[in-house]
Ligand binder design. Structure first.
Ligand code: ADP
Ligand code: GN1
Ligand code: MG
Length: 361
C-alpha cells in the first residue's frame, strides 16, 4: 500500500479505497483524489497542507470548519438540495482533529465533490458566474459568529508588503539591487497611493469583511451545465478589504497575457472579462457594500497588481525563497509582466470606473 493510502486510514472515511491519484497542479498544497469501490460511499480529496506557508494548521482548519459550517447553514436556510456539492465538507481524523500529522507533513481530507469542474481559461460567462459566486461567498460570511483569523498574518496588507520590499533592498542578499534601480523607482513612486486602503481602514472609512483572498477562476467549481457549485481553496479566507478580492480576480482573470508573460505586448486588461466580473460581483455584493467600497473596486485591481509586483520583486531581491521558479530570472520576468498589467490598468482607470457606475445600482 502506498503512502497516501496509508494516510487516509487515519481519517473517519467510509468505504474501501481502490485508488489514490494526484489531482490538479497547485502551487501551495498537493491534492489527491481517493476513490472508494462502493457506489454508495463517497470519494475523498486528500490534501497535504503547506505548513511552511500556513504555519498554524490548527487555526487554519478551525477557520475552514467555521466557514464551511456557516455556508452549510445558509444553504439549508435557502432550501438548497445537494448541499454536499455546494460547500466543502471536512472529514476529521480518527482522533477527532481536523488534520493528521505524520511526523513530517500535515494532511486533511474533504468529501470529493463529484463532477465538479474548474477552469483555468476564462470566458466572460465564467467571469460573470465567478463574480456572483465570490460576492455571494462574502455576503454569506458577513454574519459568521465565530472569529475568523488571519491564516497568513498581513497577507494582503500593502504597508507590510512594502516593509518586506524595503528590507529586501537593505539586505541585498542576492546582490540584485544594483541592476534593479528602474523597477525600484517604479514601485516607490506608487507607494503612497497604494497604501491608501490601509489608511482608510484605520480611519474607519472602510470595514474589514471576510474575504477569500485567492479569487482565481480555478477556485470555483462548476457543475456539468456550467452552473456554480461552490468556492474552494479556503486556506486564505480571512478578514480583509473587499477591494482585495475583487482586485485579485481582475489581476489573474482579466489579463490577456500570462502572469509571467515574457512578451509584454501580450499583457493588458481584457475589458470584457472585467465588465462581466464586475456585473456578476455587484449583483450579489452591492446590497451590503458601502458606496466607498464600490468606488474603490477599480483601484483594487491596481492595488492587487501592484502588490503582486512588489511580492514577486521582493522574492527576486531575496534570491527566490518564496515562489517556485522555473528559471533563474523568473521572478524578474513575473515582476515586469505585472508592472505592464498595472500600467494598462492605470491607463484604463476611467473606463473601469464607468463600468462600475453602470452596475452600482
Ligand atoms: P491549490 O492550493 O492547489 O490551488 P485547491 O484546494 O484549489 O488547491 O484544489 C485544487 C483543485 O482541486 C481545485 O481547483 C478544484 O478543481 C479541485 N478541488 C478542490 N477541492 C475539491 C473537492 N472537495 N472536490 C472536488 N474537487 C476539488
Ligand atoms: C500564490 O498558489 P497560488 O498561485 O494560488 C499566492 C498568491 C499569489 C499567487 C501568485 C499563499 O497563490 O497570494 O497571488 O501565488 N498564495 C500564497 O500567482 O502566497
Ligand atoms: Mg486553488
Amino acid at each position: 500500500m502506498d503512502k497516501q493510502s496509508n494516510l487516509i486510514q487515519h481519517f473517519q472515511t467510509e468505504g474501501t479505497v481502490v485508488s489514490v491519484a494526484p489531482l490538479g497542479a497547485g502551487h501551495i498544497n498537493d491534492s489527491f483524489l481517493v476513490r472508494t469501490s462502493e457506489t454508495d460511499k463517497p470519494d475523498y480529496l486528500l490534501q497535504r497542507i503547506n505548513h511552511h506557508i500556513f504555519k498554524d494548521v490548527e487555526l487554519l482548519q478551525n477557520n475552514i470548519l467555521h466557514v464551511t459550517n456557516h455556508i452549510r447553514k445558509k444553504l439549508i436556510e435557502k432550501g438548497e438540495q445537494d448541499i454536499d456539492r455546494k460547500t466543502l465538507t471536512i472529514i476529521p481524523a480518527k482522533d477527532g482533529k481536523l488534520f493528521y500529522f505524520d511526523g513530517e507533513n500535515y494532511w486533511r481530507v474533504y468529501l470529493f465533490i463529484q463532477k465538479g469542474k474548474s477552469y483555468d481559461a476564462i470566458t466572460p460567462e465564467l467571469a460573470f458566474s465567478a463574480g456572483k459566486a465570490f460576492g455571494e461567498f462574502q455576503s454569506w460570511l458577513a454574519d459568521i459568529p465565530e472569529k475568523i483569523y488571519e491564516t497568513i498574518p498581513d497577507f494582503h496588507n500593502m504597508e507590510f508588503r512594502l516593509e518586506q520590499f524595503h528590507d529586501a533592498i537593505a539586505n541585498n542578499s542576492a546582490g540584485r539591487v544594483g541592476d534593479s534601480l528602474k523597477i525600484i523607482k517604479e514601485i516607490e513612486s506608487r507607494a503612497e497611493e497604494m497604501t491608501q486602503v490601509e489608511r482608510m481602514g484605520r480611519e474607519g472609512k472602510i470595514p474589514k469583511r471576510i474575504n477569500h483572498c485567492d479569487t482565481k477562476v480555478n477556485n470555483v467549481l462548476f457543475d456539468e451545465e456550467g452552473k456554480v457549485l461552490c468556492v474552494v481553496d479556503l486556506d486564505t479566507v480571512m478578514p480583509g478589504y473587499v477591494v482585495s478580492d475583487f482586485g485579485d480576480f481582475i489581476r489573474t482573470g482579466a489579463n490577456t497575457g500570462a502572469e509571467d508573460d515574457a512578451n509584454l505586448d501580450n499583457v493588458s486588461v481584457n475589458m470584457d472579462i472585467y465588465t462581466s466580473y464586475a456585473k456578476g460581483y455587484l449583483g450579489t455584493a452591492r446590497s451590503f457594500l458601502k458606496p466607498i467600497e464600490i468606488e474603490l473596486l477599480p483601484f483594487g485591481a491596481r492595488l492587487l497588481t501592484y502588490m503582486q509586483t512588489v511580492r514577486f520583486f521582493t522574492d527576486y531581491l531575496n534570491g527566490d525563497t518564496y515562489y517556485k521558479i522555473h528559471f533563474p530570472e523568473h521572478n524578474l520576468q513575473r515582476t515586469k509582466a505585472q508592472l505592464k498589467l498595472l500600467t494598462d490598468l492605470e491607463d484604463k482607470a476611467d473606463q473601469m470606473q464607468e463600468v462600475i457606475k453602470e452596475f452600482r445600482v
